[in-house]
Design a protein around this ligand. Sequence first.
Ligand code: UD1
Ligand code: CA
Length: 452
Amino acid sequence: MPSTCLALILAAGEGTRMRSSLPKVLHQVAGISMLQHVMRVSRKAGCEAIAVVAGNGSEQVSETVAKEDGTAEVFLQTERLGTAHAVLAARKALETGSDHLLVLFGDTPLLSPATLTRMREKLSDGAAIVVLGFRTETPHGYGRLVEDGGKLVAIREEADASEDEKAITFCNGGIMGFNGSHALELLDAIGNDNAKGEFYLTDAVEIATSRNLPVVALEADEREVIGVNTRQGLSEVEALWQDKARLAAMAGGVSMTAPDTVFLHADTQLEPDVLVEPHVVFGPGVKVHTGATIRAFSHLEGAEIGSGAVIGPYARLRPGTRMGANTKVGNFVEIKQAVIADGAKVNHLSYIGDAEVGRAANIGAGTITCNYDGMNKHLTRIGENAFIGSNSALVAPVSIGNGAYVGSGSVITMDVEDNALGIARGRQVNKAGFAEMIRARNAEIRKARKDS
Ligand code: UD1
Ligand code: CA
């Protein structure tokens, strides 16, 4: 039978150095909160139960947790008495008896599911505790992994470490795994007789060792366990996250002309053979199908792009945009809540909102769907193979038939039937010789001014 796992995420930190009214773990990386990153990584590592320990701003934390995962539970740590104390705030979750317990920090969003899986394998192999360590030349501030004969026997916090221990460069990344059958008895044995007077979760290692329970240290890449404490730290973690995501996209068959200038969201989906040109920003909820090109300086959110489509340069696609296969969107076009069927083109300077555009329709430059009357949004329907002349305003609700034409510069307020031409603008009048007359009059005026 596969083992069960509880992920317990500590998120009761003050986060003072963020200088923010938002709890630290709710600050975002790649468009979702750090806490959500940790929750998603836990899920991917097979943790079917998630518990979050919140302190400051617990209502906001609870809201985020509920949105992300309806089954995850939030526990309150009212006093901040240390990491072991925080874990025990979720005693009820611990008592449900999962095979594995992973204790994670809500401010370490770069952790990978593969690392958690490796930790769980150690627990399945019989370890009572597994500690995720990393090596660094600057260990100051971290708990040091004290080994004896190559075996982890204790973790010493900076404040309690001897000079010899301070020289150790193998550090505690903070993430610890416990075998469910020993977790509670070890946690309950932790005291607070130390330099800070805190209940250190890390003391569980020494207690387990004294009881002859096997303890294992696993080494991880330092970057995976980076914790965010400041706005600068947040931006550094964002940069690392973006780097990793771009590399993963390229490894999956996506081309990026200048990857460093492309920003992905945590949920961006790019299929193989998508080309992303420089300076493209992906907001939440974007899926791009194979063979599509996202040209330079485009901004996309909540949009699905069909295969072979060409978007941009300088396109803005907003939520609810569905671009069919081989569609085209050109420069300075904004599209919102609109379905654009296969082969249709919106090439220049248009706003298409709350609309359905049929197959192979052509929307001329400067076309605007006037979708909002100040109170409500209305739908514009444009049929297959319709041709909308440049600089037309389509005043919704309105429908342009299949194969219909709209004359340039029209303000269309009535439906246009299939294959009809709708034209709604002042009729042109040419006045013969008028230009000469105007020039002569201007010349007279200039002469009069000179003479006076
Ligand atoms: C902790 C580890 C240390 C490790 C380091 C890695 C302990 C005792 N020490 O130290 O070995 O090298 O992380 O970054 O565990 N928290 C609560 N409630 C509390 C105390 C902490 O929720 O009462 C949360 C914090 O919000 C934070 C996490 O637990 O997310 C770690 O706490 P922090 O005080 O930052 O621990 P460190 O001193 O960094
Ligand atoms: Ca810390």
